[in-house]
Design a protein around this ligand. Structure first.
Ligand code: NAD
Length: 305
């Protein structure tokens, strides 16, 4: 395998370990800097579990899994990332903590190293506000779980060098991700805006009494989910005929949810301690069978790629 740059990941939580596993699988030596000693100790096992998913799905064999695990190193302090050409920051969504980490990273990284934040929502200019080398900073927003969802939303700040965007896109494409570059930083980037637009209407339908959550989920899985895995909404509109879609939209748009009160439906569950899978109950009861069934569906999708 050709030489692959060293990649650093700051924060070895839910996202960081998945991102690290992806880079290691693609042949990069990866260093994960995790500040909690307890979490750090568990990272090899978490990474092995992620790779086991890919092994079970037949995406990789045992030799690739073992080679990827051998390329992963875990450290405590961010200075362990000194040799990295790219550092993905995946620490909690706290702006001051991210600022403090970037100062530590800039003190140890090579001047041409790239720092990319996996933030869910902070705009790149707010993240880079106190940085010395803003030209080498951008957002690279992975989705959960990073080993199964290929999208990475790349969001340059106003000072980001175009060559840094190009280099980051190249590195991400090299690990089999599907990076897209936004022309402007908007809240929620693209994926979360689309996700919440769908969720708002799904909640509205249930609130109206027209259908249960099960029925809404069935419609998504049997129809739109399949369509959207092979074409986007604009391709789909072109296929349906723009004149037809404009006509349907004119009738339907006034009927769609526009309020934020739909979230009350979720808040009612939260108030009862029903958080979803985490508490065993949300819109569904998450017993072992339901969790195993979802895992089987995920593995089938991974295997189909
Ligand atoms: P997490 O809490 O699971 O993991 C964060 C880890 O960072 C923890 O293990 C914590 O100990 C560690 N940490 C904290 N400060 C640190 C520091 N200074 N140096 C090194 N390690 C440090 O969080 P997560 O869900 O992985 O989210 C990480 C980032 O990714 C957040 O910005 C989040 O908004 C974003 N994100 C999350 C998801 C998701 O679905 N969870 C999806 C996309 C993006």
């Amino acid at each position: 395998m050709a030489y692959q740059e060293i990649v650093g990941v700051a924060g070895g939580g839910l996202m960081g370990v998945g991102i690290a596993a992806r880079f290691a699988l693609a042949g990069h030596a990866v260093v994960v800097a995790e500040s909690s000693a307890e979490r750090a100790a568990g990272i090899p096992a978490v990474a092995a579990g992620i790779l086991a998913d890919l092994l079970d799905a037949g995406v990789i064999d045992a030799a690739r899994r073992d080679a990827a695990l051998a390329r992963l190193r875990v450290a405590g302090a961010p200075d362990a990332l000194a040799g990295a050409a790219l550092v993905i920051e995946a620490i909690p969504e706290v702006l001051a903590a991210k600022h403090a980490l970037y100062a530590q990273l800039e003190a140890v990284l090579a001047p041409d190293a790239i720092i990319a934040s996996n933030t869910s929502g902070f705009p790149p200019d707010a993240l880079a506000a106190h940085m010395q080398r803003r030209a080498r900073f951008l957002v690279a927003h992975f989705w959960n779980p990073p080993h199964a969802i290929p999208l990475v939303e790349v969001v340059p700040g106003s000072a980001t060098d175009a060559a840094v965007v190009e280099r980051s896109v190249g590195l991400l494409a090299g690990i089999g991700a599907e990076p897209v570059v936004l022309q402007a930083a908007i809240p929620g980037f693209i994926g979360n805006r689309l996700q919440f637009a769908v969720l708002r209407e799904a909640l509205h339908i249930v609130r109206s009494g027209a259908a249960t959550p099960e029925t809404v989920d069935a419609v998504m899985k049997a129809c739109l989910g399949r369509r959207y895995s092979i074409m986007g909404p604009f391709e789909s509109a072109d296929l349906g005929g723009l004149h037809t879609l404009a006509g349907i939209g004119a009738n339907l748009m006034p009927e769609l949810a526009k309020d934020e009160d739909v979230l009350d439906l979720m808040r009612a569950h939260v108030d009862k301690g029903e958080l979803g899978v985490a508490s065993g109950q949300g819109f569904y009861i998450w017993d072992e069978d339901r969790i195993a069934d979802l895992k089987a569906r995920r593995l089938r999708q991974l295997a189909a790629k």
